[in-house]
Design a protein around this ligand. Structure first.
Ligand SMILES: [Zn+2]
Ligand SMILES: [Zn+2]
Length: 92
């Protein structure tokens, strides 16, 4: 499944075209769910995991993306209860 949150393949933060694919809900089970629903974004190495500003180290950025993805889920896929069941908790 491609990203449902983004059409272009560039860093969602800075527009850099050199990107990694980031699964917004990571960890074994959640990663598969992220893949299934396309809850992922493109991030350049700096905004992914190659600096302290990267989403894997920057809690604020991590949270912002999770909130964006959960809002998408609740708008197009299912209820908050379903989300909680699938991803283990709610970020909203
Ligand atoms: Zn970037
Ligand atoms: Zn990642």
């Amino acid at each position: 499944m491609k990203s449902v949150l983004q059409n272009s393949k560039e860093c969602i933060i800075c527009g850099n075209p050199k990107v990694h694919e980031h699964h917004i809900f990571f960890g074994t089970a959640n990663r598969d769910k992220s893949e299934e629903y396309g809850l992922k974004v493109c991030l350049c190495p700096k905004h992914h995991n190659m600096s302290n500003e990267g989403v894997h180290f920057n809690r604020e950025l991590d949270l912002a993306l999770k909130i964006m993805a959960q809002k998408h889920y609740e708008k197009y896929i299912g209820t908050r209860e379903q989300f909680r069941r699938e991803f283990g908790k709610s970020w909203l």
